[in-house]
Design a protein around this ligand. Structure first.
Ligand code: GCO
Ligand code: MG
Length: 408
């Protein structure tokens, strides 16, 4: 069964998505997510101009060989553009293999290890009152684990904090603005470090000791500041502290790890196993945050998780709305199949996105499930996709109060 055609679909149902569509000589269609937030067209070009011509005529069943061909064969390895492109090809070929076999992809990965994947929601508020409302809405929706982000006194808009919602209002936060250049936000690490422990103290007092709580520091701290934050949050028993430092300084995590028992999650901007080598072998983190979309696809993330399993490190795959429903489905098939699953991030896509991508995954009683359709279980409505034209959109950037550019 040969690959007959390869198309790249760019669509923007409220936010931008890049989808690879691979069609075989037997007419089987596979989908892959190649969305790289704020740099979407670079991946679309990489796929259209440099990958599609190499794929046509190849054996569609040879997923591993195709992965190695694109990774080793490019000469230029790694990097988010390359790895998102390879990921999309990999996902599409797994989708095809599942459809040909008549099995959901998780069955091809070894079958089910659990009933479903525990998901965590995003709650936020500029004040404690707004935050509590947001947490309650998520609990009412069935979530059993909650990420908590808040405004910081003295700062304006803080990344990861949506507009304050009324009770029961649903959260549809889109951090990438449809703007020609990124919005600039300001940041004060001292104010943040003083404020966050008081927030978790209040949340624990209101919602009790058992609710799994997570927090994302968005790469903004030094190792020593991370150690301070981890320590000050220990009384509130976090499920994890995410991206405390920019993780590319892997050795920096030694300092954090030796100073705090707060569990650590890192890796949503990593592109593969080598970014994790020290973090995993020295057990400096507890959770791998990669998305299937940005770390080379199902094949690569499966290997990464097997490596992590040797060090008792679990998954906590990235699942924001800039991972498309195709990338989300790919994560869910891995979530239910791998032994060392930890948790899955789940930001629900808006209704326009779900018009373009028809999903079959479900969310019931706090658990996500990829469903039983052959392949990944997501269909792309090309007509709907064409009705949403690409619009440039960028994440904000972040400056210290004196104007210095800070870590994103
Ligand atoms: C998270 C994130 C996201 C990212 C976004 C960037 O933990 O979900 O940090 O909100 O910022 O995916 O593209
Ligand atoms: Mg994050």
């Amino acid at each position: 069964m040969k690959i007959e055609s390869v198309d790249v679909v760019v669509t923007s149902p409220g936010r931008n998505f890049v989808t690879l569509v691979v069609t075989t000589s037997d007419g089987v269609v596979g989908l892959g997510d190649a969305t790289l937030n704020g740099r979407e067209l670079a991946v679309a070009s990489y796929l259209r101009d440099h990958v599609a011509p190499l794929l046509v005529g190849r054996e569609a069943h040879n997923i591993e060989d195709t992965w190695q061909y694109l990774y080793r064969g490019a000469y230029w390895r790694r990097g988010p553009v390359t790895m998102a492109a390879i990921a999309a090809v990999d996902m599409a070929l797994w989708d095809i293999k599942g459809k040909v076999a008549g099995l959901p992809v998780y069955q091809l990965l070894g079958g089910r290890s659990r009933r479903g994947a525990l998901a965590y929601a995003h709650a936020s508020g500029s004040t404690l009152e707004a935050l509590f409302r947001s947490i309650r809405t998520n609990l009412d929706d069935g979530f059993r684990a909650i990420r908590v982000q808040t405004g910081v006194p003295g700062l304006g808009k803080v990344y990861g904090v949506g507009r304050d919602l009324a009770a029961g209002e649903r959260y549809d936060y889109e951090p990438a603005g449809r703007v020609a250049v990124p919005v600039e936000e300001s940041w004060d690490t001292g104010a943040y470090l003083r404020h966050i422990p008081t927030v978790f103290e209040a949340v624990r007092a209101e919602f009790g000791p058992a609710l799994p709580l997570l927090h994302d520091a968005h790469h903004r701290l030094t190792p020593n500041q991370s150690a301070q934050l981890g320590r000050s949050l220990e009384p509130y028993d976090l499920f994890w502290l995410e991206d405390c430092t920019p993780g590319e300084n892997q050795e920096g995590l030694r300092r954090v790890r030796s100073q705090t028992t707060t569990p650590l999650a890192i890796g949503e901007v990593f592109t593969g196993v080598f970014d994790y080598q020290t973090l995993i072998t020295e057990q400096l983190i507890d959770y791998v945050r990669s998305s299937v979309t940005h770390a080379g696809g199902i094949s690569a993330v499966r290997k990464l998780m097997d490596f992590a399993a040797m060090y008792q490190i679990k998954s906590g795959f990235h699942g924001p709305t800039d991972v498309s429903p195709v990338g989300m489905a790919a994560a869910l098939h891995l979530d239910v199949a791998i032994h060392n699953f930890g948790i899955q991030e789940y930001m629900q896509h808006n209704s326009q996105t779900l018009e373009v991508f028809r999903t079959s995954y479900t969310f019931v009683d706090g658990l996500l499930d990829p469903g039983e359709l052959p392949g990944l279980g997501v269909e792309l409505d090309l007509e709907a996709a064409a009705s949403f034209e690409y619009t440039p959109a960028y994440l904000p950037v972040n400056r210290l109060l004196d104007g210095t550019m800070h870590d994103w």
